[in-house]
Design a protein around this ligand. Structure first.
Ligand SMILES: CC(=O)SCCNC(=O)CCNC(=O)[C@H](O)C(C)(C)COP(=O)(O)OP(=O)(O)OC[C@H]1O[C@@H](n2cnc3c(N)ncnc32)[C@H](O)[C@@H]1OP(=O)(O)O
Ligand SMILES: O=C(O)CCC(=O)C(=O)O
Length: 392
């Protein structure tokens, strides 16, 4: 539960909090499957198990452990994850093909997303007609259900599907026993308004007993906004990955969505924001990728301040930050550089236990700026200490 006294979003925030969003939503993590589709990512089974544990520690409700048909290594990872005693429900992934589902059943998985393309461009690419794909979906879903697997039917490229066919295909999946449905923005082209429309419209005919998932991508930088729109429209499960790792512009970023839902919309996600930075750090080591330092939630420099005008307000965090750093379990700090001001010098002296004589501040500041310009970078603590000693 978020301590709301540490959120400084202001009175406009009441607009969202008074909205009609659900009060809670579940997260479905697909770092191990759709995240691994990021170019160059190839987690080995031990790494997959470690990532599953990290994600479980983040408090997501569901983890997609993998796509068993891909390789023996993937099956080995899924076996290890299912035996690890995690809190999250462990889901498998399968195409609408009986052989794929069989591989899920053989591993003893009880939950599975079954996917098939439903937009015309995707069907054309696969060389399969609408009728043929419907037949495959019915066969694969029915087979899974007969084998006691709870199925969420996942229509690939749903947001570009013909609306009539969209409805037909999801109804067909439900008729043969799918218990849940996932609406999928494969190419990240749905605006938040389109997501609201599509989920709202589906919600009406599907009824309250069928949970709706939303699976989004970030090609237009809209994945977080679209996920929030999905929650507003009644989605029960939001798919995404840690850091939004994934193909092209990536997947929806679960910690980022949680930050907005929890802090701005008052929607509980169960995600441990205080663990998100460490989880991201470890995933970056395993996956060997880097993040922009200004990235929400996990960016390295979110609470590191260089600008002098900001340093002058550093003692009142709500003047310069939207929420408390403690919500992310991360420290606040001042760094020195070309943009430092007098307050930066005083604060840095206090932090390092160096003498901060008021009559010396201007000289120290000038020396810091000069070195920063020479280096075209930050002045390290060691360099600053040397400057202080030099200027006595
Ligand atoms: C399909 C996805 O997008 S899943 C997510 C992406 N993930 C990956 O690609 C993971 C790594 N990929 C792999 O290991 C392989 O590409 C596999 C296992 C997915 C596919 O293996 P391939 O042997 O290349 O299968 P291929 O793509 O040729 O498809 C085989 C059949 O499945 C059909 N098919 C493909 N996707 C689907 C689907 N989602 N639903 C139903 N049928 C499908 C094809 O039409 C083809 O049918 P046909 O034999 O009658 O022509
Ligand atoms: O087509 C794919 O990449 C697999 C399904 C999926 O994750 C998606 O459609 O977004």
């Amino acid at each position: 539960m978020i301590d709301r006294t540490k959120v400084w979003a202001g009175t406009l925030n009441e607009v969202a909090l008074g909205g009609r969003a659900k009060r809670s939503v579940g997260f479905y993590d697909t770092t191990l499957r759709d995240g691994e589709q990021a170019v160059g990512a190839a987690f080995d089974p031990a790494q997959k198990l470690e990532i599953a544990k990290l994600v479980d520690g983040l408090g997501v409700g569901r983890i997609e452990a993998g796509f068993p048909r891909v390789s023996e290594e993937d099956r080995e990872a899924i076996r290890a994850i299912t035996q690890a005693g995690l809190k999250a429900e462990i889901w498998g992934f399968s195409r609408a093909l009986v052989d794929d589902v069989e591989a899920v059943v053989d591993l003893g998985l009880r939950f599975c997303v079954i996917e098939a393309p439903i937009s015309d461009p995707k069907l054309a690419a696969l060389g399969v007609t609408r009728e043929q794909v419907l037949g495959r979906i019915e066969k694969a879903v029915a087979f899974a259900v007969r084998n006691d697997v709870r199925v969420a039917f996942f229509g690939v490229d749903s947001t570009r599907a013909d609306l009539g066919f969209f409805e037909r295909v999801y109804r067909a999946a439900l008729d043969v026993g799918a218990a849940e449905i996932a609406i999928v923005d494969t190419l990240g082209i749905a605006t938040p308004e389109a997501v609201t429309f599509l989920i709202g419209r589906t919600r009406e005919w599907v009824g309250d007993g069928v949970p709706i998932h939303f699976h989004g991508h970030n090609d237009f930088g809209l994945a977080t906004a679209s996920a929030i729109a999905a929650v507003y429209a009644g989605a029960s499960w939001i798919h995404g990955t840690v850091d939004g790792i994934g193909e092209r512009g990536g997947n929806a970023n679960l910690p980022e969505i949680a930050l907005a839902l929890e802090l701005l919309y008052g929607v509980e996600t169960g995600l441990r924001l205080d663990r998100a930075r460490k989880a991201s750090e470890r995933l970056r080591e395993i996956g060997r990728y880097q993040l922009e330092p200004w990235k929400p939630v996990t960016g390295e420099n979110l609470f590191v301040r260089e600008t002098g005008a900001v340093a002058a307000q550093f003692h009142i965090p709500e003047a310069i930050e939207p929420y408390a750093a403690s919500l992310l379990d991360t420290p606040r700090g001042i760094v020195l550089g070309k943009k430092s001001g007098a307050a930066s010098i005083t604060l840095k002296c206090e932090e390092l236990g160096l003498p901060a004589r008021p009559e010396k501040v201007a000289t120290l500041l000038a020396a810091v700026k000069s070195l920063a310009l020479e280096k075209r970078g930050l002045v390290t603590d060691e360099e600053f200490a040397a400057i202080v000693h030099r200027h006595g």
